[in-house]
Design a binder for this molecule. Structure first.
Ligand SMILES: Nc1ncnc2c1ncn2[C@@H]1O[C@H](COP(=O)(O)OP(=O)(O)OP(=O)(O)O)[C@@H](O)[C@H]1O
Ligand SMILES: [Mg+2]
Length: 436
């Protein structure tokens, strides 16, 4: 968990085996490679906290490796080499590697390197924890999301957040706004929950008399979010005609109120969210708008891919409930395995609800969390499990979760298949959120 990652590139098997062993004992996740061809593909597509590069390799040099890998992925690269070729050393020092260390590598030098790396990783983790609060998650994929949040927050780039239902898209939008340094407000609009005919006037405002009932001039969300951030949730639900207009607004930086003609400049950072993982080409989100919004795409992984975060979240939710009730309960560790195997179609929202249910029901100090029926793939589990004693709300909940999972989080398809409106689905999910 949160082990710093180390890559060793050295053709000396004994030396690299010793380093691996030493690093692992210090809590590093280490990997070793013995040639340029061996190391380059992995280092090109993975991140490391420390990379130790030898100079002379069987098929080239450490300089070839550093040339071919993105510096953004590797927090610190050091050369560790026995070469006395002054030219090579000069070239190594001229790269973005932080140090050239001669062999034999002294024990205290190695300790210093590892200490520095561990401290740097700890600092970074604490910073991400603090700055992305209340987003919980320290799995590698969630740390990447947090790094993305920190990187994009201070810019003006549009962000498109995608992820299944309940993965925390709204929390990410909040974290980006909180870290943006923008003094204005964050305004959230769920494009699927507002009646389509009202959405234009809600977003862009209207002039007095623009339509029946428009008795006063009204500033829309774009104006209200001036100097701040506008979060357009479920952007794929926005009617096509409005998508065309939104694109124009994003390009010109001006809006025109419904029923008006004055071009009003707006200084708004737009963040959008969708549960359609590849926004473009789905028939919901216009491709041109997709590219305009997705200057910086952030994809939230489903909960089932977050490993130990499931346990972290569960502890955090129990702690929250303890705080509210003044009782001191804790997680029954015997259920962890079950939690790790469950597919969590409703993601963090579903976990939150399961923890709450278990917390309230548990007669002892131990909370045994039982997820709702697992989603089978055409197997026996593919139905809603009902037993006497369940409340109507619980059955409704399970029905909704299973249908949502079946449609991969697509609320429109879920609504169609349950014979209710998309707004009913939204409202149900929002109620769960508010209850939680
Ligand atoms: N990483 C997290 N840490 C703590 N709480 C989380 C996390 N992710 C989600 N949650 C909680 O789970 C619930 C759902 O999160 P959120 O509303 O942000 O999801 P969403 O992706 O916007 O879902 P939807 O697609 O249904 O709108 C919220 O109560 C939120 O606080
Ligand atoms: Mg949401």
């Amino acid at each position: 968990m949160n082990s710093p990652t180390l890559a060793i590139v050295d053709d000396d098997q004994d030396f690299s085996a010793f380093l691996m062993h030493f690093a692992e004992r210090r809590g590093f996740a280490a990997r070793r490679f013995h040639s340029v061809a061996d190391a380059t593909p992995w280092l090109a597509s993975n991140d490391t906290d420390l990379t130790m590069l030898d100079m002379a390799l069987p098929d080239g040099s450490g300089l070839d490796v550093i040339d071919r890998i993105p510096s953004s992925r590797h927090a610190q690269i050091v050369f560790v080499s026995g070469t006395d070729n002054a030219d090579d050393i000069r070239r190594a020092v001229a790269t973005h590697a932080s140090e050239f260390i001669g062999k034999p590598l002294r024990r205290d030098t190695l300790e210093r390197l590892f200490d520095q790396t561990q401290q740097r990783v700890q600092h970074r983790l604490q910073l991400l924890r603090r700055q992305c609060d209340p987003l919980i998650g320290e799995s590698a994929c969630m740390l990447r999301v947090k790094e993305d949040i920190m990187r994009v927050a201070p810019t003006r780039l549009g962000v498109l957040i995608s992820g299944e239902t309940g993965t925390g898209k709204e929390l990410v939008a909040r974290a980006i706004h909180a870290q943006s340094g923008r003094s204005g407000r964050l305004i959230s609009v769920n494009c699927g929950a507002v009646a389509p005919e009202l959405l234009a006037s809600q977003l862009f405002g209207h002039e007095r008399g623009a339509f029946t009932g428009a008795v006063q001039r009204h500033a829309g969300f774009f104006e209200q979010a001036s100097g701040g951030t506008l979060f357009l949730d479920e952007i794929g639900e926005m009617p096509q005609a409005l998508q065309v207009y939104l694109l124009r607004v994003l390009e010109t930086g001006h809006i025109v109120r419904v029923g008006g003609s004055e071009e009003i400049p707006v200084n708004v950072r737009v963040i959008a969210a969708t549960h359609q993982l590849d926004g473009a080409g789905t028939g919901y989100l216009r491709e041109d708008l997709y590219y305009r919004l997705a200057r910086y795409p952030i994809q939230l992984p489903p909960l089932r891919a977050r490993g130990a975060d499931i346990e972290r979240l569960t502890h955090a939710f129990i702690a929250e409930l303890n705080h509210e009730t003044g009782i001191d309960k804790s997680l029954d560790r015997a259920c962890l395995d079950r939690l790790l195997r469950h597919p969590w179609p409703g993601n963090v929202r579903e976990l939150h609800a399961a923890v709450e249910r278990a917390y309230i029901r548990s007669g002892s100090r131990l909370v045994d969390v039982v997820p709702l029926a697992a989603v089978g793939h055409g197997g026996d589990d593919d139905g809603v499990r009902f037993h006497v004693g369940m409340t109507f709300e619980e059955i409704e909940d399970e029905m909704l979760q299973l249908t949502l999972a079946h449609h991969r989080g697509d609320k429109t398809a879920t609504a169609r298949s349950l014979g209710v409106s998309v707004r009913t689905v939204h409202n149900h999910l929002a109620r769960r959120r508010d209850d939680g």
